[in-house]
Design a protein around this ligand. Sequence first.
Ligand code: ADP
Ligand code: MG
Length: 324
Amino acid sequence: MSLAEFALIDRILARTTARADVVLGIGDDAALLQPRAGEQLVITTDTLNSGVHFPVETPAYDIGWKTLAVNLSDLAAMGARPAWCTLALSLPDADADWIEAFADGFFALADEHDIVLVGGDTTRGPLSLSVTALGQVAPGQALRRDRAQLGDDIWVSGTLGDAAGALRLWQQNRLKVAVATLLSDDETLRERLLRPIPRVTLGLRLRAYAHAAVDISDGLLSDLGHIAARSGVRAEVEADALPISSALREQLGREGARDCALRGGDDYELCFTVAPSQRDAIHALSASLGLPLTRIGRIVEGEGVHCADADATDGGYQHFSERR
Ligand code: ADP
Ligand code: MG
């Protein structure tokens, strides 16, 4: 079944929910939004291209979920409360079943975070999905990359490397992304690749504690490198402290798991820096969110990201320069 562009937009429109601050949503030439008085707008865009950012055979539901998740993750890393988004869709054909499944994934996450779709664009072309997400934050409260302080602890949420581990298994033909697997370790990793959980609530709560924050989309070393570069400091990471899931260690072994945790992307966990005086507060936050928060290193004078490698022959720090 093939749908004309307008029928397709109607299907998406039927799924959108209301928000009092949307004066005019989908249907006009542009949307009219009413930001909260005195707050700053936070805006971000991320695009996912088929075969580049996800395997071609990825189910439509998961593509819908991930398209929004990566953008919500950017808002989370800024400490912003999500509000509105637009969706630019490039589709090879207007398949009704595909659109419904895509919308199921997209709106499951949108509704959970009270972010509403207010417009977009629909074109024919290679499968590509681009979301622009907007959020709001009070002046001075946003979490930025350039505010890390000397002496800060470095923390990360969740576990690291799972998504990269799933991708590796997929590349080695050991895991299918198109169908759920019955093996629990495989399914854990597969879920982490296909349905990343944007740490929106964590980002909001961290406004009270964190000096700097970034979401991990390209890998810990790379993304923490952005904090180091923009804050003019050096980040020291303790490789043994990295939170690694038992599923990842089972599937890839200690070295493989550690490599995924340091260099793998697509986890969408938050990495943030906090004064050591707030350790108890961060442990309490972890308990109240039911989300592991792990201290993995500290901010010192210097530059770059350095990883204490217990296996290094000189017992010293191994240097990792951040990619640019
Ligand atoms: P225009 O030609 O004025 O750009 P369109 O015909 O492209 O308008 O779109 C009509 C309406 O549908 C607009 O309000 C637009 O924002 C919305 N829209 C189009 N594609 C999408 C989409 N993929 N998701 C959400 N809204 C969309
Ligand atoms: Mg248009």
